[in-house]
Design a protein. Structure first.
Length: 265
């Protein structure tokens, strides 16, 4: 009988010990606090992905003059971007063509020729305007007048702005890297100051229109081709050679960083 009573008292003590109000000594046990877990977010570059670079415009985006056949600045830029953290590789959609003017580029949009490459692009690069100037040079070769270039600039500005709007109609969020033009005429004519002014006016117009778009970045390259002291010209003395394209690529990457277009790390 005593043994049974002992067991009953022992069981009651154990059950009391399991109670949340069990008192050990003089201190009441604190209730257990649930463990708080901080929400984990997967970094945007956790899963490597391939990026598509779509190039628009003229011979500079096509890479004419690149003796190393590396695709001009477009190929070099793609190669550099492929090494960024979180990037599995790059795909180039190069729609550029030698001799293309802004009116010809603009005419491609209604035909749907650029819809696919732009809609799929992670970056759009563009060079356009050099052939617009050359059109005036060829037309008025023996009677060049700065006023003719100013008149053409008004039309060019309208086309350039419409090109931006056309890109945005296809892809509202793609970063646009708009590259300026340079003055190759200093190598073949004494009218350097006049052509410098013309090139500057066109670049200023491009820069102003580009800056109207919060997801666009203007890249000036005029200073890279002031002369051929650094041997940056192809043998045609018009297009960049491999070194010229390398300098362009360095400038583009620099501006992409300043504009916040580098891929998230």
């Amino acid at each position: 009988m005593k043994r049974i009573l002992f067991i009953i008292f022992l069981a009651a003590g154990i059950l009391a010990g399991c109670s949340s109000s069990f008192i050990f000594g003089k201190d009441e046990a604190e209730p257990r606090v649930p463990i708080a877990f901080t929400e984990y977010r997967v970094p945007p570059n956790f899963v490597p992905q391939a990026l598509i670079i779509t190039a628009l415009g003229d011979s500079l985006s096509q890479g004419v003059g690149d003796t190393e056949n590396f695709g001009g600045y477009t190929g070099r830029l793609a190669d550099e971007i492929s090494e960024w953290p979180g990037v599995r590789g790059t795909i180039v959609e190069n729609t550029a063509k030698r001799g293309r003017r802004s009116d010809q580029l603009l005419a491609m949009f209604p035909k749907g020729a650029l819809t696919g490459p732009i809609s799929e692009a992670d970056y759009v690069t563009m060079t356009i305007g050099g052939n617009d100037i050359m059109k005036i040079v060829k037309r008025d070769l023996f009677s060049l007048n700065i006023e003719a270039f100013k008149d053409e600039l008004v039309l060019y500005e309208n086309r350039y702005r419409t090109i931006f709007k056309s890109i945005r109609a296809i892809n509202p969020s793609v970063p646009i890297i708009a590259i300026g033009i340079y003055n190759p005429f200093s190598l073949i004519t004494d009218e350097v100051e006049e052509f410098d002014e013309i090139i500057t006016n066109y670049n200023d117009a491009m820069k102003e229109i580009t800056e109207e778009d919060p997801l666009a970045c203007f890249v000036p390259v005029e200073d890279l081709f002031v002369s051929n002291d650094n041997l940056v010209y192809h043998t045609d003395f018009f297009h960049p050679n491999s070194k010229g394209y390398e300098l362009m690529t360095e400038r583009i990457l620099e501006r992409m960083g300043e504009c916040g277009f580098s891929y998230q790390e």
